[in-house]
Design a protein around this ligand. Structure first.
Ligand code: ZN
Length: 134
């Protein structure tokens, strides 16, 4: 597997609009996209710092993955996303090494990226996302 950089850090928030204010007014970043990902039941807002993005995630349904996370843990870092070359191959490789996959096959995430999640039980408690543009 060949990771190229940290693609983004996913942060679960209760209120997207309120949270955007912190990133813009205090940290001085600019939100360049807001996008709803229907099958994940989330609304996302993106900021960029160098090659890395911050992805804020607000739940659109209480029973969605972010809704459940917020209920259990409250706001905070939700996942870490690495950019990887050849996502399908990488998934096969880590699965062979005993890593539990949430997505055995890549699916479409925000910004049109192909993504797949590794289970936090296999990754020292950090929900890990692999993404690739191909
Ligand atoms: Zn993500």
């Amino acid at each position: 597997m060949e990771l190229t950089h940290i693609e983004h850090i996913g942060i679960a928030v209760n209120n997207l609009e309120e949270s955007i204010k912190y990133y813009e007014n205090i940290l001085g970043l600019k939100c360049y996209a807001v996008e709803e990902v229907k099958d994940q039941k989330v609304k996302t807002a993106f900021f960029k710092i160098g090659q890395t993005k911050i992805e804020l995630l607000e739940s659109t349904e209480p029973d969605g993955p972010i809704g459940k996370f917020l209920e259990k843990k409250g706001e905070g870092v939700h996942h870490l996303a690495f950019s990887v070359k050849n996502l399908p191959e990488s998934l096969k490789e880590v699965e062979e090494k005993g890593i539990r996959l949430i997505d055995a096959v890549p699916r479409k995430g925000a910004e049109g990226l192909n993504i797949a999640f590794l289970h936090p039980k296999s990754t020292n408690g950090v929900l890990t996302e692999l993404c690739s543009e191909e």
